[in-house]
Design a protein around this ligand. Structure first.
Ligand code: F6P
Length: 545
């Protein structure tokens, strides 16, 4: 397989970049009235306006050529066939099987995985119904009021983000607190607000070896047993979600209360699996299946649509255009919806843990920029935080505006205000403001004052964005949205020649932490670098105060 920089399309793209890098989007719109219409796609409840990008038809043609030359078509087939494309862990990457509602067989090691996928989904539905209906009773025969998810990373971010996003679909009696950090305050804040008799803990961990999760789960169990004082009561108040049955049993959770998933589901790709159990409890089985249906609809779009009309492919290629040619450091995710406030964090893990790699699938260094830095904040709050840099800074940083067109919250004119701001910010990023326009706005000032201030009020513009419009925040539409990003990230990783499905980078820090933790409260000789030794010494001194 040729390296990316050796492909004909790569060289042609650099020539095209040199020829077009100074073009301003204002001109692209002014000279092409049909631009917006040509760069607008609709799939189900999602509409994507990608016209506010620094691209032309020629740019897209060359990027699509790059995708084909980089082997994307074959890689897509391999993923959907269940081949072990996660080569460094010798696993398939089959999150698409979790929403394969057609039940067409998908084989892993010669075995159709769909029967087990459907069995777990059915068990999840039964459990969710028992909790929601009040059939599931605690050790004092009371119904459940709080379902506490204990997990971190992919075992937290997806269900948490989705429970926020679909709050209007939530169950009136059930509260869904999430505990992920091990710093103690988050767990204590939750335990102070719930009652052991009516609280159910979901211990979610793909490996069931993650220290943060197990430590928090042990503390929660101790808290529970202090009140219940009967070990047999644990079975009524703790369930597990994992691939590791042995570790679940060793922890002391009845494996009859375990909802399994499989090693061919990556943690950050697992919200569709039993990891989504808190979401199913919150919104019910029917709506959870709608969530899966939405993702399936995006899978079918992704797998069957020609690149020129293929939303994940186009977003991926436009992202590569900025990442590798414009040297953009990253992109902003700005959901203009308070209920989507955790979407940036979810996409940070999905994107940066997938494509934050320097080593290629072939074991060589990739020698080009791979995964972008993902950051973001709910709109309109982002406008009062980091948009200054996007408007008048020195960096090209694309933004994804994610904007629901309808809201469940009929509160005054608020939603119109939010939408108007989303559209206005994208327009301001694109067109900017020239010196002449800035001076015209300062016409009332004396000449000298106008000369001094006008340059400060210039907006370079030409800052790109995608406007991703969602009819409304429904399970189906959100399923489509998340699957769209999963496939976008997969396309980028494939073109960069890296493995988006492993995460060797997360292990090293954990190993070093295991060595440092005991040194923090013991006066033993330290053998780290002088900085780390100094940090440990200072921590020790602080404990003496
Ligand atoms: O951050 C490393 C990681 O392994 C993630 O990939 C994963 O989502 C998270 O930790 C939690 O892992 P587990 O679900 O196995 O506890």
């Amino acid at each position: 397989m040729k390296h990316l920089q050796e492909l004909p399309a790569w060289r042609e793209l650099w020539q095209h970049f040199d020829a077009t890098k100074s073009d301003h989007m204002r001109e692209l719109f002014a000279t092409d009235p049909g631009r917006a219409e040509r760069y607008w796609l609709e799939v189900g409840g999602l509409k994507v306006d990608y016209s506010k990008n620094r691209i032309t038809d020629e740019t897209l043609a060359l990027l699509m050529k790059l995708a084909r030359e980089a082997g994307l078509p074959e890689r897509m087939k391999q993923m959907f066939r269940g081949e072990k494309i996660n080569t460094t862990e010798n696993r398939a990457a089959l999150h698409v099987a979790l929403r394969n509602r057609t039940n067409a067989p998908i084989l892993v090691d010669g075995e159709d995985v769909m029967p087990q996928v459907n069995h777990v989904l059915h068990r999840m539905g039964e459990f969710a119904h028992e909790v929601r209906s009040g059939d599931w009773l605690g050790y004092t025969n009371q119904v459940i009021t709080d379902v506490v998810n204990i997990g971190i990373g992919g075992s937290d971010l997806g269900p948490l983000m989705m429970c926020n996003a679909l709050k209007p679909f939530g169950h009136p009696r059930l509260k869904m607190p999430f505990v992920s950090n091990i710093d103690g305050s988050q767990l204590r804040d939750v335990l102070e607000k719930v009652h052991p008799e009516t609280t159910l803990f979901v211990v979610a961990s793909k490996t069931f070896t993650t220290q943060e999760t197990l430590t928090n789960a042990l503390t929660a169990r101790e808290w529970f047993l202090k009140h219940a004082d009967d070990k047999s009561a644990v079975a009524k108040h703790f369930v597990a979600v994992s691939t590791n049955k042995k570790a679940v049993a060793e922890f002391g959770i009845d494996t009859a209360n375990m909802f399994e998933f499989w090693d061919w589901v990556g943690g950050r790709y697992s919200v569709w699996s039993a990891i989504g159990l808190p979401l199913m409890v919150a919104i019910g089985e029917k709506h959870f299946r709608e969530f899966l249906r939405g993702a399936r609809a995006m899978d079918e779009h992704f797998f069957t649509t020609p690149y020129r009309r293929n939303i994940p492919v186009l977003l991926a290629l436009i992202g590569i255009w900025y990442n590798n040619f414009y040297q953009a450091p990253g992109y902003a995710v700005v959901p203009y919806s308070h209920n989507l406030r955790r979407l940036p964090a979810y996409l940070q893990q999905l994107d940066m843990e997938s494509n934050g790699k320097h080593c290629g699938i072939d074991g060589g260094s990739v020698a080009l920029d791979t995964g972008p830095i993902v950051f973001g904040e709910e709109g309109v709050n982002c406008q009062h935080a980091f948009f200054q840099l996007l408007h008048q800074g020195t960096r090209l940083i694309p933004s994804d505006f994610i904007v629901p067109m309808r809201t469940a919250y009929k509160v005054g004119r608020q939603h119109r205000f939010v939408v108007a701001n989303a559209f206005a910010q994208a327009e301001a990023f694109m067109r900017g403001k020239t010196l002449a326009e800035a001076r015209a706005e300062l016409a009332d000032l004396p000449e000298a004052a106008r000369d001094a201030l006008a340059p400060q009020k210039v907006f370079p513009g030409n800052q790109p964005s995608n406007s991703i419009l969602i009819d409304e925040l429904t399970p189906f539409n959100l399923g489509m949205l998340l699957a769209m990003y999963e496939h976008k990230i997969f396309v980028q990783g494939t073109i960069w020649g890296i493995n988006p499905f492993d995460q060797w980078g997360v292990e090293y820090g954990k190993v070093l932490a295991k060595a440092i933790e005991p040194e923090l409260n013991r006066d033993q000789t330290l053998h780290h670098d002088s900085s780390t030794n100094g940090l440990i010494d200072f921590y020790r001194a602080c404990q003496q105060r």
